[in-house]
Every structure is written in C-alpha cells, then in structure tokens.
Ligand binder design. Structure first.
Ligand SMILES: Nc1nc2c([nH]c(=O)n2[C@H]2C[C@H](O)[C@@H](COP(=O)(O)OP(=O)(O)OP(=O)(O)O)O2)c(=O)[nH]1
Ligand SMILES: [Mg+2]
Length: 135
C-alpha cells in the first residue's frame, strides 16, 4: 500500500475588519461549489510560500510579499485518491484589490460565519483555529 501525498498551500487573507476571504470552487473542478481558502498545489521545485505568492496573483490579482505570509496551522486529510497535506498561512498585508480572476465567487466573511459556507472536509478543523485567532 502506498499513499499519494499532495501538498497544497492555502492562505487566510484577513482584512482590516478581521474578515477572511473565501472563494467558491467553480463548476467543473473537483469539490465544485465548496468554499475554500485561496491557494493551490505546490509544483515541483517550488517552496510553498512561492506557490502562494504565485497563486494569489493568478487567482486574485494581488501581490503578496513573502514576509507577510505567516504559518498558522495545517490540514491533513485522506481523500479517496490522495492524502492532502495543506499548510494554511495567514496574511494581513498585500497590494491590490482581490478580484476573481478564474471565474470563482469571492466573499469576505467573519471567522464565526465560516460555518455557514460549506467547505471541503479537509478545511473543517481549520475553522476553530481562525475563530479563536480572530474573535
Ligand atoms: N486551494 C485550496 N484547496 C483546497 C482547500 N481545501 C481542500 O481540500 N483543497 C484541495 C482541493 C484540491 O484537491 C486541492 C487544491 O487544488 P486546486 O484545484 O486549487 O489546485 P490549483 O489551484 O493548483 O489548480 P489546478 O491548476 O490544479 O486546477 O486541495 C482549500 O481550502 N483551498
Ligand atoms: Mg487553487
């Protein structure tokens, strides 16, 4: 037996009011319709921070500096076909205005309200961490 480990870097962008950005996965993608933290798969040769800087620019059009990415927690979740290992960073400073660049719907929500948005099962344990941090 062997497990396929997939490394995904994700980010909780937190605005001045303490709200968090979530994005709805577009139709056609795996887990379509669920709300997620922006981010994506770490590609060969990339550091996770580089992945996030790249993904946040591709998906949202914002510019993030490595110094503004702080490790917060991580998800470890067995999906059917792979095991997801997903470090979650937090970022409170960036340049530009986050806008949907890949057909996703964006929403800024309070940590307590994350429960109202269905997220992938891997994300469930991350919510209390954000609630504690931003209460
Ligand atoms: N970005 C992100 N991915 C998540 C979260 N929770 C979760 O289970 N995932 C899973 C869904 C996918 O299997 C994987 C990330 O894949 P993705 O489709 O976003 O990857 P990507 O941005 O590199 O996009 P693609 O080029 O592969 O289409 O991690 C989350 O909160 N954010
Ligand atoms: Mg992505």
């Amino acid at each position: 037996m062997s497990v396929k480990l997939t490394l995904v870097a994700a980010c909780a962008l937190v605005d001045a009011d303490g709200r968090i950005l979530i994005a709805q996965r577009p139709p056609g993608k795996a887990l379509a319709g669920l709300w997620e933290f922006p981010g994506g798969k770490v590609e060969a040769g990339e550091r996770p921070e580089e992945t996030l800087i790249r993904e946040l620019h591709e998906e949202l059009g914002i510019t993030v500096k490595q110094d503004c990415l702080a490790p917060l927690t991580f998800a470890s979740h067995p999906y059917e076909t792979f095991h997801l290992l997903m470090p979650l960073y937090i970022c409170r400073r960036w340049e530009g205005i986050a806008a949907p660049r890949e057909g996703q719907v964006l929403k800024w929500v309070r940590a307590q309200a994350l429960r109202d948005y269905p997220m992938p099962p891997a994300d469930e344990p991350l919510i209390p961490v954000l609630v504690d941090l931003l209460r």
